[in-house]
Ligand binder design. Structure first.
Ligand code: NAI
Ligand code: PHE
Length: 359
């Protein structure tokens, strides 16, 4: 065997079908700052800022480009008049509060240079408070705190969308959307996972949770009496596996270990590669495509902050995620394709049709 192939930034970008990427480096914190604008076909691009440590800057850029593409599909399927983009701030390790603030302001400066063709928002590793910091240098930050003039965390609405998505998947598999007695494994008890667990328990589901932070698991055990498994456990007998931590959990390697009928969670880029959608189909596991089921956050941020929607309109948009998924499940069955493929086809049709005309 020869040496492992090491990708370059150039290879990542030339393999990508996006519009442009901004790459910069901050010497003070030793961090790389990436902004990937995938498509503005349906409107200006939007997508969160992920702040995380990666093994290499190339892997961080790869994540940004893949996540940006997912945002394009998410906006298209959700019917939002926006394109897709994503930012990744690849930090070498934990930053001091001063360095973190410095890095966020560098990022805000980069966002501002794009003149509104890309707006950011919270994602893994960033919060509404961070969006307030970005807002010091740029108007183009969704999801600021209510005190800072924004619509606050998108996580609760993301969780509501995932709940409707799980119900739609359960209805497709069992013939009824009632989740009473349905066994759900929620991996990741963060902002979305915690809200989702509350809704599932209230609706009568039997919930098992995991998290790498033991206190988060303990909190949910005390509050809801849920059971727990070790982080990363996927070989758990259940009806629904709901990945709500990080992506890349479904692959040729992990699928044989799954013991569920449905995969339906909030994490972005759940599949390692598109072929995993077909592998799940062959294994008889119904997959709710991530960019469809986790659109509640985008509906919340774009609905409230860009489209001026009322709470009722945002709630209707988030509920619509269940209806859209039900249609995707039927389309996939009808055409004998994976649900991932059926969802991509819906997105491609919307992208081909172009922006909706406002009457
Ligand atoms: P978060 O950072 O608040 O929560 C993630 C949780 O997963 C943390 O508690 C973390 O300790 C845990 N975790 C990390 N690795 C784990 C592992 N191997 N096993 C078990 N737990 C693990 O993030 P948030 O906001 O709850 O988002 C969750 C996922 O949903 C992310 O992938 C995010 O990209 C996605 N998402 C979030 C949206 C939002 O509005 N917050 C919108 C759309 C997608
Ligand atoms: N990061 C979240 C997502 O992946 C929320 C978000 C949506 C942030 C749209 C910015 C813009 O959906």
């Amino acid at each position: 065997m020869g040496p492992a192939k090491v990708e370059t930034l150039h290879e990542v970008l030339s393999d990508w079908d996006g519009e442009n990427a901004l790459v910069s480096y901050d010497a003070r914190t030793g961090s790389y700052l990436f902004i990937a604008v995938h498509s503005r076909r349906l409107g200006p691009a939007a997508g969160g800022t992920r702040l995380k440590t990666y093994p290499t800057p190339v892997e961080a850029l790869r994540d940004a480009t893949r996540l940006a593409r997912a945002m394009t599909l998410k906006m298209a399927v959700a019917g939002l008049p926006m394109g897709g983009g994503k930012s990744v701030l690849a930090v070498p390790g934990e930053l001091s509060p001063e360095d973190r603030r410095h890095l966020l302001l560098c990022h805000a400066h980069n966002v501002e240079t794009l003149n509104g063709s890309y707006s950011t928002g919270p994602d893994v590793g960033t919060t509404s408070a961070d969006m307030d910091v970005l807002h010091e240098h740029t108007e183009h930050a969704f999801g600021r705190s209510p005190a800072g003039g924004g619509s606050g965390s998108s996580a609760p609405d993301t969780a509501v969308g995932v709940f409707h998505g799980i119900s739609a998947a359960v209805a497709h598999v069992h013939g009824g959307a009632d989740v009473t007695g349905v066994r759900v494994l929620v991996q990741g008890c963060g902002a979305v996972g915690e809200s989702l667990v509350g809704m599932l328990v209230e609706a009568g589901a039997l919930v098992t949770v995991s998290d790498i932070v033991p206190e988060r698991v303990e909190t949910l055990q005390t509050k809801y009496g849920v059971t727990s498994v070790v982080p990363d456990a996927i070989d758990v007998e259940c009806d629904v596996y709901s990945p709500c931590a990080l992506g890349q959990v479904i692959s040729a390697r992990t699928i044989p270990h799954l013991r569920c009928r449905v995969v339906a969670g909030a994490a972005n880029n759940v599949l390692v590669e598109a072929a995993d959608g077909e592998r799940l189909q062959e294994a008889g596991i119904l997959y709710a495509p991530d960019f469809v089921i986790n659109a509640g956050g985008a509906v919340h941020l774009i609905g409230y902050e860009r489209l001026g929607w009322t709470t009722e309109q945002v709630e209707a948009g988030v509920r619509g995620i269940g209806t859209t998924l039900a249609q995707i499940f039927r389309d996939a069955d009808e055409h004998g394709v994976s649900t991932e493929r059926a969802a991509e086809r819906l997105a491609e049709a919307r992208l081909a049709a172009g922006p909706k005309r406002r009457e």
